[in-house]
Design a protein around this ligand. Structure first.
Ligand code: ATP
Ligand code: MG
Length: 452
């Protein structure tokens, strides 16, 4: 049976070859594995081993590895490489990826890389460096395939043979007129199935979906999902084609935005990074925790105000954590759903109503089921039917309220133009603690005579 993953099978022998400095054998085995696995092997090596690997591989081969490594990690590799070698690696990478890496380096380093680099690669990169971060311009690549509307299919096929090796994707061809305006698009499939003699202008589609160069990357991710294209063309205000954004760049964007949203959901500021020191992290989290501390104090004093009720029926206290906990759990569940919905495009008026009704119904169903279960448990355990009913109904009401608030609060925040991901999990949990305790003791106090 084969239970080692692709990389594990090679790790020992690769280490061995590095140690014995068998360049040729190392190259042979290393280059055979998938670039992703190469990257995973490479990043786990000591600096000494990495420096050795740079001398065994070509800039092109290292570029392939770098494309498979998380952006934040690449910085250290490019700083430890010989600058001349590093600039050759950058020149071999797709221009948009190279720009992403350069954006994370010191200004001086960037300038010196660009001066040593091959002229045409440097030009391309410099152009992309101008665009603002997180916009279409900064994530697009200029390595697209353009064709001309007055050419025939046959001529275009021949051009494609020349252009294909360097393009980021060849599946879509963007059609330009004499002034380099974007006037149409066709897919490789459209080209292949067409007759040789027809003009591109007759088979292209003229309704091109485009993004303008300053468009926010999150909106582009949304468009990519809606239209289901593998790439989108980026244009300037005069409808000149500047570059394309491919679906793999968008996947990185989605991951980035999702982890941003997730950090906020956990009440960690979005600048809290995995490589921060403990003091740094603490500083960023403390403001939230202090606010939550005060909210928690309010819950405590609320319980205090029901002291009389508690004194008379002490057993009520046993169920406080249960009820508050359930409120927190269900609130976080519906919060996650609502935040995700808002982050991936938001809800229309109808969508909001649908979400609210659905969450209310879900709250009711889960509430009734949990309520019945707890009534049965308390009755069997304590032999107290009325206490069971009180706790059961409290749980039911609490679940409805908490589930609804998990959806309503982010929607309201979105309406007020506050990023709903900031309506963080812990915040909702603490808020639901408050309301659930209020419901529980409110009911207990009202129906006190049945408990005694
Ligand atoms: P189909 O889905 O029609 O079988 P396909 O799977 O080969 O085609 P898709 O990626 O689904 O290719 O693209 C469908 C059509 O969309 C292609 O004919 C292509 O020319 C066109 N197209 C590609 N990009 C754009 C764009 N940005 N705007 C408008 N149309 C586009
Ligand atoms: Mg298709």
């Amino acid at each position: 049976m084969e239970d080692k993953n692709n990389l594990d099978r090679h790790v020992d022998s690769l280490h061995n070859l590095l140690e014995k400095e068998l360049t040729g054998d190392f190259r042979k085995e290393f280059l055979e594995i998938h670039p992703y696995d190469q990257a995973m092997f490479f990043r786990k090596q000591t600096q000494e081993a990495r420096l050795q690997i740079y001398t065994y591989l070509s800039p092109e081969e290292i570029a392939e590895i770098m494309e498979n490594i998380e952006l934040e990690e690449t910085e250290i590799f490019f700083t430890e490489m010989d600058p001349r070698f590093a600039s050759m690696v950058l020149a071999e990478m797709p221009a948009d990826d190279a720009v992403d890496i350069l954006n994370g380096l010191e200004k001086d380093a960037v300038a010196s890389f660009l001066t040593i680099m091959d002229k045409s690669a440097a030009e391309e990169i410099k152009e992309l460096l101008h665009y603002e971060e997180k916009t279409a311009g900064s994530i697009m690549t200029t390595e697209y395939v353009s064709v001309y509307k007055m050419n025939t299919v046959k001529e275009t096929m021949q051009q494609m043979k020349r252009k294909a090796p360097d393009a980021e994707t060849i599946y879509y061809m963007y059609v330009l007129d004499e002034n380099k305006h974007l006037v149409g698009v066709l897919s490789l499939r459209d080209l292949i199935i067409a007759d040789e003699d027809v003009l591109i202008s007759t088979i292209m589609s003229e309704h091109v979906v485009t993004v303008s160069v300053g468009r926010d990357q999150e909106e582009i991710a949304q468009m990519m999902r809606d239209y289901d294209f593998l790439a989108l063309p980026v244009i300037d205000f005069q409808n000149h084609l500047l570059g394309i954004i491919t679906v793999d760049d968008i996947m990185d964007v989605m991951e980035e935005e999702a982890s941003d949203d997730y950090s906020k959901l956990a009440a960690i500021s979005n600048i809290d990074r995995p490589d921060d020191g403990p003091v740094e992290s603490a500083k960023k989290r403390l403001p939230w925790l202090i606010i939550l501390l005060f909210l928690g104090m309010m819950t405590a004093s609320l319980i205090g105000s029901f002291e009389e009720t508690l004194e008379q029926v002490a057993v009520l206290a046993i169920f406080i954590p249960l009820i508050a906990g359930m409120a927190g759990n269900t609130g976080t569940q519906s919060l996650a759903v609502a935040v995700r919905g808002i982050a991936t495009g938001g809800y229309g008026k109808q969508g909001k109503m649908k979400l609210i009704i659905r969450e209310a119904t879900t709250g009711l169903i889960t509430g009734v089921v949990c309520g019945i279960v707890i009534i049965a448990v308390i009755y069997l355990w304590k032999g107290e039917l009325f206490l069971g009913i009180l706790v059961g109904i409290s749980i039911m009401v609490t679940l409805v309220v908490a589930t609804l608030s998990g959806a309503l609060i982010p929607l309201a925040m979105d309406r007020l133009n506050i990023d709903p991901a900031v309506a963080s999990g812990p915040f909702i949990t603490t808020l639901n603690d408050l309301t659930s305790i209020l419901i529980y003791f409110g009911m207990a106090t009202t129906f006190m005579q049945f408990l005694l």
